[in-house]
Design a binder for this molecule. Structure first.
Ligand code: B4P
Length: 194
């Protein structure tokens, strides 16, 4: 089993690159952003609670997100491996993920961190907001999300750096170019299916 974390600030391209990686390597994709938006759209109790945080650009509480991930890992019995997109976003989440995987006799193999200048992040997300209909894709909330990232999420890079699993990748280049660089790192662990 090969398990990958795709790490980076809001709008760095985690979701975009995950789609490409899933196609090429057939990994099981777990995106906490997608899972939360699904809960919000179905107006579940979890979704109604999560929406309060997401609409302000804040992280959803750890226990909510960790519970969701745990269920998804259990559901995917025969996966070739997982790609965690947008998770973990705090040190507590990173420690919980290590425990959940240990329980399955596996571990995180590689963390690819996308690095994009802040002005590009804002530009991308504002542009996406024109068509996405997402309540967190407006300039005020985007600024709050980026602030939350530097405060709570960026330190998680240190956690993986200490484990010697972190590779930083420039994410401001065209999508295909960034994908090629990510692929070079993944190929050291896993061969593409297609
Ligand atoms: P996410 O859904 O994870 O959203 P994201 O950070 O906006 O997106 P991403 O980095 O995937 O960017 P994308 O590829 O779409 O989180 C949303 C919210 O959910 C959080 O703020 C939080 O409240 C909550 N949440 C999620 N996970 C959580 C957790 N673990 N704990 C607590 N709360 C959690 O790219 C953005 C845009 O850029 C797209 O339009 C794309 O087309 C464009 N783009 C991508 N790559 C490009 C490139 N190379 N060049 C030009 N444009 C590019």
């Amino acid at each position: 089993m090969f398990n990958l974390v795709l790490f980076g600030p809001p709008g760095s391209g985690k979701g975009t690159q995950s789609e490409n990686i899933v196609k090429k390597y057939q990994l099981q994709h777990i995106s906490t952003g997608d899972l939360l938006r699904d809960e919000v759209s179905r107006q579940t109790t979890l979704g109604t609670e999560a929406k309060k945080y997401m609409d302000q650009g804040m992280l959803v509480p750890d226990e909510v997100v960790i519970g969701m991930i745990s269920v998804k890992i259990d559901e995917a019995q025969d996966a070739r491996g997982f790609i965690f997109d947008g998770f973990p976003r705090t040190r507590t989440q990173a420690e919980a993920l290590d425990k959940l995987l240990e329980f399955k006799n596996t571990k995180i193999d590689l963390v690819l961190a996308l690095e994009v200048p802040e002005k590009d992040l804002i530009e991308r997300l504002v542009k996406r907001g024109i068509t996405s209909g997402r309540s967190d894709d407006n300039e005020e909330v985007i600024t709050a999300r980026i602030k939350e990232y530097y405060l709570k999420t960026e330190p998680v890079a240190q956690y993986y750096s200490h484990q010697e699993k972190l590779e930083r990748v420039e994410g401001h280049r065209p999508i295909e170019d960034t994908f090629n660089v990510l692929g070079k790192h993944i190929n050291k662990y896993l061969l593409p299916i297609a």
